[in-house]
Design a protein around this ligand. Structure first.
Ligand code: SAM
Length: 277
């Protein structure tokens, strides 16, 4: 079960289904807080060169969005603990805003094992849809290791609004949030933890809302998200199953008929080390 956005985990060899990551990519791109790019660019060398780490890169969706929004030569280090996703990420072709092809390498590793020495020479640390699947210790590790700006995007914050409303919405949402917090993961508390972890180290932390706004034009994503959201809620609270099954059928029918919209709140966070803001 993918906690961030509740995607499926149907691939046998990957906990985060590449098909789910592909399905969400355009909604992620539309949701990203582009107004963090100004302060980010101001904190980077204006014409590069840039060495950019993408932690929990998946298949490289964030780089597909960000590389063309930054100028100068770029070297991307795509980092993940999932070798299946890294295999796909390896084939990315990124180009900078001024038309320069980026170089890419992949590194298999766990963010919890990162050290400052790994990130020596990094210009920027990025992540997307990662923080909420981490523990406080893992987030603290990132904050401790990164001496450069960090752009950590699309963390879920536990706020979902479906329209029209349904009496079971709040119960499913509560069970989903509890599922996200299982085994020490931070889930909806991740942004607060990251803000504190970077703040303790003297960074200036900027946050912006980056919601998915899903309407009839995104019905495939909405349906997949709903299935994952409800499945996680039931996994957390099995007693919900009978009501949740009926709820899911109702919601999918509304989605198919073009009568359902969903706002799934995320937050993008930019941490600028002391002295660079
Ligand atoms: C929700 S997916 C997001 C993938 C990608 N950033 C995107 O936006 O499409 C979370 C990613 O983080 C990776 N991941 C989760 N926990 C990790 C950890 N402790 N260390 C390294 N990668 C991790 C997963 O393998 C997965 O690729």
């Amino acid at each position: 079960m993918n906690a961030n956005g509740a995607g499926g985990s149907s691939a046998e060899t990957s906990a985060f289904d590449p098909a789910w990551l592909a399905l969400r990519e355009s909604a992620d791109a539309a949701a990203r807080a582009a107004d963090l790019l100004g302060p980010l660019r101001a904190a980077l060398p204006p014409d590069g060169p840039l060495t950019i780490w993408d932690l929990g890169c998946g298949t490289g969706s964030l780089g597909r969005w960000l590389s063309g929004r930054l100028r100068g030569p770029q070297h991307w280090i795509l980092h993940d603990n999932d070798p299946v996703l890294l295999d796909q990420a390896r084939g990315n072709i990124y180009t900078s805003a001024d038309g320069l092809p980026a170089t890419i390498e992949t590194r298999k590793g766990d963010v919890g094992a990162l050290h400052a020495s790994d990130l020596v020479g990094a210009s920027l640390v990025t992540a997307s849809a990662l923080l909420d699947v981490l523990t406080a210790a893992e987030i603290d590790t990132i904050a401790a290791a990164a001496a450069c700006p960090a752009l950590l995007t699309l963390s879920v914050v536990g706020r979902v609004r479906l329209s029209p409303p349904d009496p079971l919405d709040a119960e499913v949402a509560g069970a989903f949030d509890a599922h996200q917090r299982r085994d020490g993961r931070l889930g909806p508390d991740a942004v607060t933890a990251a803000t504190e972890a970077f703040g303790r180290r003297g960074a200036t932390v900027l946050t912006r809302s980056s919601p998915w706004r899903l309407g009839p034009g995104q019905s495939a994503l909405t349906a997949a998200w709903l299935r994952g959201w409800v499945a996680a809620a039931v996994e957390q609270r099995p007693g919900l199953a009978p009501a949740a099954d009926a709820y899911l059928r109702r919601r999918l029918d509304e989605c198919t008929a073009g009568g359902l919209s969903a706002e799934v709140q995320h937050v993008d966070l930019l941490a600028l080390p002391g002295g660079s803001s």
